[in-house]
Design a protein around this ligand. Sequence first.
Ligand code: ATP
Length: 372
Amino acid sequence: MNERVGVFGGTFDPVHTGHLLLAEAARAQAGLSRVLFMPAHIQPFKQDAGISPDDDRLRMLSLAISDNPGFGVTLIEIEQGGVSYTIDSLRALRSSLGGMRLCFIIGTDMFLMIGKWKEADALVREFDFAVGVRPGYLHGEAVAKAEALKQSHGTRVDFVDNPPIRLSSTELRECVKNGGTIRYLVPESVRRYLLVREREGERRFAHTKRVVDLASEMAKRFGADAEKAALAALLHDYCKDSGGGAENDVAHGAMAADAARREFGVTDEDVLNAIRYHTTGRAGMSRLELIVFLADTVEPGRTYDRIARLRDTCRDDLEKGALDVLIELKLYLEKKGLAVSEDTEAAIEDLRHRCRKEVTIQAIASPPSFRA
Ligand code: ATP
């Protein structure tokens, strides 16, 4: 009956440990049933700030909060588009949640500016606030402001005792650009995302994201681990632009696997092999290896000849799909006078065998029926 849902508005470019610590402390201390992160489409005070696309900010949020059942995301401001005004979004969200009482979570810096927000009077009259410590801003002033709002508008303000951490998204973006370390300042999944994005640049990273999406979807469909598929897909091209000319076309798989181990602490051999062999295939490919290999080859941005047929085969059968793709690859390399790697030859042999076996087993399982 007294349930309150927390709503945490922000740009989250990227979401960082300061945000997560505040959201979790607010959830626990202000008695909130859950916290919904509400990424702004365009924040009124950051209209010219060169903010990352919605898609990137959402992906990082989702990576950061996926393991906390008390956290969720509302897309209300992203879907609305335009400049995001908190009063409009909170009213819309409240009605979509059947009139639920909402508590807006906010840091001291923003709370001190609340008088400048759209329909500020209505905002503090209609909604509760949970105010968290943000180092560098006067807490005493925030307490005085809360007292004044209580007297003038009856506003309920809970102060949250979150672990103070002097950290901002702007500083983090700068740090990534300058090659500094952001370890422990964001969840590891967000750190990986930011470093891959920085290194690959817009065009290649767009391909990487499509491979991540397709590999995750295929993993779910074929009963593999979707998180592992997404991780291998995210890192598969990390060394694609490392120079080395034509040799790099094959070598970047092995280089990326080494970087995954060294720079990102990946120890899962299946993930490392999926990265390592995504350029060549190999004999004895695991389900995860087949998925990452195929997702890279048939992701929706690819446009080469016969792609439609390959996509069809991959939809139904990973091994047949990989065999088709590898034969195409071999023919292509031979036509160009380029060497076919031993791993590719071995993969084709192995998959031929595996596919043949599959046909035989199917034939035994459903022998042809004869009518008398
Ligand atoms: P930027 O540096 O780009 O301004 P930011 O780090 O302030 O970004 P926002 O997404 O704008 O992040 O902040 C959303 C909310 O999180 C605001 O209410 C802000 O006060 C709060 N917040 C941000 N950083 C911290 C922090 N380190 N500790 C506590 N609260 C924070």
